[in-house]
Design a protein around this ligand. Sequence first.
Ligand code: NCD
Length: 305
Amino acid sequence: MNHLLSIDDLSPAAISELLDLGDGFVEVLERDVPKVPTLRGRTVCLLFYENSTRTRLSFDRAAKALSADVVSFAPGGSSVSKGESLKDTALTLKAMGPDVMIVRHGATGAPWRVAEWTGLPVINAGDGAHEHPTQALLDALTLRQHFGTVAGLRVAIVGDIRHSRVARSTSSALLALGATVTLVAPRTLLPPDLTGWNVDTADALDDVLEELDVVYLLRIQQERGGGDDFPSIAEYVGRFGLTRDRAARLPERAVVLHPGPMNRGVEIDPAVADGPRALVTQQVSNGIAVRMAVLFRLLAKESQS
Ligand code: NCD
């Protein structure tokens, strides 16, 4: 593995292997001293052009738990305000001597360009509405831990699919591992062309609720125009919100996932977000472990069998 740009670059076996490695790192993170020397002397560069809480902090934590050093860039306070381009910024950061670049950017394809320009291994930490492969891995790990397997799980991804990089990457990973996926959204929040997605669709949560193992909720991506595509929040909650009532009608074993950030009272009722079905904080912890797995795979080649 030279990069992790798209989840579709990984075979089902390669995804499973990364999840196995992730399980091992979950164990490392539970130790008294949650740190291993594996990447001592290596430097990880975080190149984040879009806001992030979970992804950025968990990559930082993952790198440090592997004993790597971290160089971190954010556009606020940088020379981006003086007109510096992505290419010049990437080449400047390359000159700091990192071994890997982790890129988040609002433009589809930006991590591929950074890979070309720098010649370094690149991890896509979210490019526009396109891909977010490490989110897909942490979601798959969370479901595999909880259910023992992803195969056969009936998953609904609910909300602003059209503007979501998470929906594309996570559905692809879960399908690769044998789940079935239904996208639940207003027509206007579905991608115009679903060729190649291999999913079902539904236009109300009530239509699928009673047959689900997993409800995966997404925020409306206001910054990408998602808020303009339906009449009102009240109408949205009425058809697509995971209210307390709806959560009570889920099968006993069903769980609720959300990549964060949550908009409580819109896609998820606060009581459901804090309730026993929600695996949202496990997703965050698993995010550290799978990102350790990806960094290990990319950088610790000589120690692999
Ligand atoms: C998501 C993202 O940035 O793509 N969050 C995340 O990485 N955990 C989802 C979102 O912003 O809604």
